[in-house]
Design a protein around this ligand. Structure first.
Ligand code: NAG
Ligand code: NAG
Ligand code: NAG
Ligand code: NAG
Length: 698
């Protein structure tokens, strides 16, 4: 059939399907758009993509200033006071640093505004030219936000870099953007000194006052030509020599965000003020009743667009931001001194953001605790969980208020207290959240999770599930700032004419779609397109399908589909997700190759589970990595994988025919997974190329 005809007819047919769907609310509605033919949906409340929610506000700098004038005396930025830093020796002889942190100390909106103005004037005093770029390379904290807004007030583009990025990527991105001023913390300064020989353009380094940083500063002064200044000094210079703001326009680039690409060098995504603002306005509508009473716990990397948008949303409504870190989040977090409070219990946040990996960890932690208690406590927990699950099948606010209250009081209250007891909404993004974890968190925390789908390239815009949507496994309807379109991908076997649901490559359009990749026109033209009506579209490479209520579900990824020798398609991500349920698996990467008819896999095995098995079966070994080499062990894990695969109804060619067991976990520090714990396939393939070729050779 003529593709253009499909393009015109499909929305029509789809809208009829919508009318006939019986299961309630339509969250996404069909819309006719330009560009490649496909099926496009919009948010049900907005006809055209939202650009701004406030008259006359078109930049993040203006939004910040507006809030500072509206809420001068409200608390904005909170930081915990460091009482002491102690070394503790753990049972296995490793020494761990433990922090004793005190209460939150707050800066009001008025004080923060003053700090931002001072910082901004200080940059001028420092000799930073306005066309030059500033990089912020640090953990999430109040100074980060102040520095960001300080740069915005002078129309300076900020380059952000993940603090877990490797050396090569770091010098590459700083050099590519010709950054002259870097703002960093202590551990990042150390990294910068190591690569100072490659940083030709850097002239100034502004450091955040950490205790112990003076030794790094002295080292940098000895070994580099950099001019080193602390944030406090910059603010003081600015206070003594104030200069006027030089505010940006909506089309000026606010941030160049380097994302840890899963292949090769990182790419710098350019986002202008209008891009981020439209995301801020859109996501704001997702959190019910968001307002100046809300308290947000900030601990995800600000170099990630989800966190950047979230903090600006809190500012937009006059809320408060308390800073924390993943290692000090709860009372039992690694770095928290025993018997003292974690960030969440101390702050009592009402709204939090999280990546699925963190929520998975929370779930596993709670499960383990309940299992360890056993007996009546476990029975009660399981019963309460089942009751609430049953009631939730109807709706979030079912007619069972009293019972919900009872179970919350008896069972779940203690779990809620882990995060302070007041969390009423969780934002999740960065990767798909498993349905199991979503349910678990829903029930145990008694709070809905808004799950988003978006990319750095779409400025986190895309879709978002709404608070009253209790379904799992889907990522929601288009955000008010986005149109979502599915287009045919015939090679992969995904078509918009598929039934029961249209499927295809996900394309995101709207004011949220970013400007493109920095200094990479070729790549930009490959994945960004402007249609005949002037709307920008980003081709995500993800495969999705539309449910009848207009919600999107991610089903695959173009890059991760490999055609085997005999023509069968294997979706690596799908198979990995299915096999990761196997109790031996901590991490698994499936590898397929068009020159072979079968798949192989690298499996990071669970040490306790495998050692348990070895003990029960009389398999002797010297250490864990020796055990991973044993033929019996490989056989056992392989058998378990086959069982898991069959249960998940995988095809025979999808289940790895040969596997290699690996003893060491894949962490962001090792560079094998991203900060959101997604596999970096290319890097893993390179690192284990020998093992992989052996798997195919033997
Ligand atoms: C902001 O800076 C950019 C780059 O230096 C410049 O092109 C633009 O005109 C500036 N915007 C305003 C409103 O002055
Ligand atoms: C830095 O970038 C310039 C071009 O902007 C390039 O010629 C040079 O080789 C780069 N240096 C490093 C160390 O990457
Ligand atoms: C949920 O409700 C539907 C009907 O509304 C029912 O068919 C289904 O079995 C229920 N599921 C559970 C787990 O109770
Ligand atoms: C800031 C920005 O890029 N705005 C654009 C958003 O998209 C609309 C079309 O939907 C354009 O008109 C805007 O210029």
């Amino acid at each position: 059939m003529n593709p253009y005809l499909v393009g015109v007819l499909a929305p029509l047919v789809f809208s009829l399907m919508f009318r006939n769907a019986k299961n309630g609310k339509k969250r996404g509605l069909p819309v006719v758009v330009g560009g490649d033919p496909g099926i496009a949906l919009r948010n049900y409340r907005f006809l055209a993509p939202v650009e701004t929610a406030w008259e006359g506000i078109s930049t993040l700098a203006a939004l910040f200033e507006q809030s500072c004038k509206l809420y001068p005396d409200k608390k904005l930025l909170g930081t915990r006071k460091l009482i002491s830093r102690e070394m503790e020796v753990s049972e296995d002889g490793r020494s761990l640093e433990k922090l004793h942190l005190g209460n939150y100390e707050w800066q009001t909106y008025a004080q923060a505004f003053q700090a931002v103005c001072n910082f901004s004037s200080g940059l001028v005093q420092l000799g930073h030219q306005k066309e030059e770029r500033v990089a912020i390379f640090a953990d999430t904290r109040a100074e980060w936000f102040i520095a960001l807004q300080g740069c915005f007030r002078r129309n300076i583009t900020v380059v952000t870099i993940y603090s877990s990025l490797g050396e090569e990527a770091l010098s590459y991105s700083l050099n590519e953007t010709e950054v002259t001023t870097v703002i960093c913390g202590r551990k990042e300064l150390k990294k910068l000194i190591d690569i100072s020989g490659q940083l030709d353009s850097v002239k100034h380094v502004i450091y955040m006052d950490d205790d112990g940083i003076s030794s790094e500063v002295a080292l940098a002064e000895m070994n580099t030509q950099w001019k080193l200044t602390s944030v406090a000094e910059v603010e003081k210079m600015g206070e003594e020599n104030p200069s006027d703001a030089d505010l940006p326009a909506s089309t000026d680039i606010a941030v160049i965000m380097y994302t840890s690409g899963s292949t090769g060098m990182p790419k710098g995504v350019m986002m202008n003020h209008g891009n981020v603002l439209s995301t801020v306005c859109a996501v704001m509508t997702i959190v019910p009743g968001l307002g100046s009473k809300d308290v947000y716990l900030a601990y995800l990397p600000l170099a990630h667009v989800l966190e950047l948008a979230a903090e600006n949303i809190v500012v937009a409504v006059g809320g408060s931001i308390g800073y924390g870190s993943p290692l000090t989040l709860t009372d039992t977090s690694n770095k928290i001194k025993w018997g003292t409070k974690g960030d969440a219990p101390q702050l009592g946040p009402t709204v939090m953001a999280a990546v699925p990996a963190i929520l998975d960890r929370v779930r596993d932690g709670v499960r383990k605790k309940v299992d360890a208690k056993g007996g009546l406590a476990k029975k009660l927990f399981d019963f309460a969980f089942a009751r609430v699950l049953l009631a939730m099948n109807g709706s979030w606010f079912g007619a069972w208020g009293l019972e919900k209250f009872l179970w919350n009081f008896l069972v779940f209250r203690k779990i809620k207290a882990i995060l302070g007891g007041h969390v009423r909404f969780l934002l999740s993004g960065g990767a798909p959240l498993s349905g199991d974890t979503q349910r678990f968190i829903n029930i145990c925390l008694g709070a809905p999770i808004g799950q988003g789908y978006g990319l750095t390239e779409t400025c986190a815009g895309g879709t978002f599930s709404e608070y009253d949507d209790t379904s799992v496994g889907r990522v929601g309807a288009p955000l008010p700032c986005s149109f979502i379109k599915l287009i045919d991908w015939p090679e992969g076997g995904y078509l918009t004419t598929d039934s029961p649901m249209p499927r295809g490559e996900i394309v995101v359009g709207g004011p949220n779609v970013t400007v493109g990749y920095f200094k990479n026109e070729e790549k930009t033209n490959e994945v960004y397109k402007v249609d005949e009506r002037g709307m920008r579209w980003f081709y995500t490479g993800d495969i999705g399908r539309f449910h009848s209520d207009g919600c999107l579900e991610i089903v695959d990824r173009k890059k991760d589909i490999v055609k085997l020798q005999h023509g069968e398609y294997v979706s690596l991500g799908k198979v990995e997700a299915a096999l990761s349920v196997c109790p031996y698996v901590v991490n698994i990467m499936l590898h397929a190759d068009p020159f072979h008819s079968y798949c192989v896999a690298l499996v990071v095995v669970s040490q306790p589970t495998l050692e348990d098995w070895a003990a029960k079966n009389g398999v002797t070994f010297t250490d864990f990595s020796d055990l991973c080499q044993k033929e019996e062990a490989v056989k056992e894990v392989q058998g378990s994988l086959i069982k898991t695969g069959k249960k998940a109804r995988l095809e025979k060619f999808e289940i790895p025919a040969r596997i290699k067991l690996l003893p060491n976990a894949w962490t962001p520090e090792s560079g094998l997974v991203t900060a959101a714990l997604k596999l970096k396939r290319e890097v893993i393939r390179k690192e284990f190329s020998e093992e992989l070729s052996k798997l195919y050779a033997s």
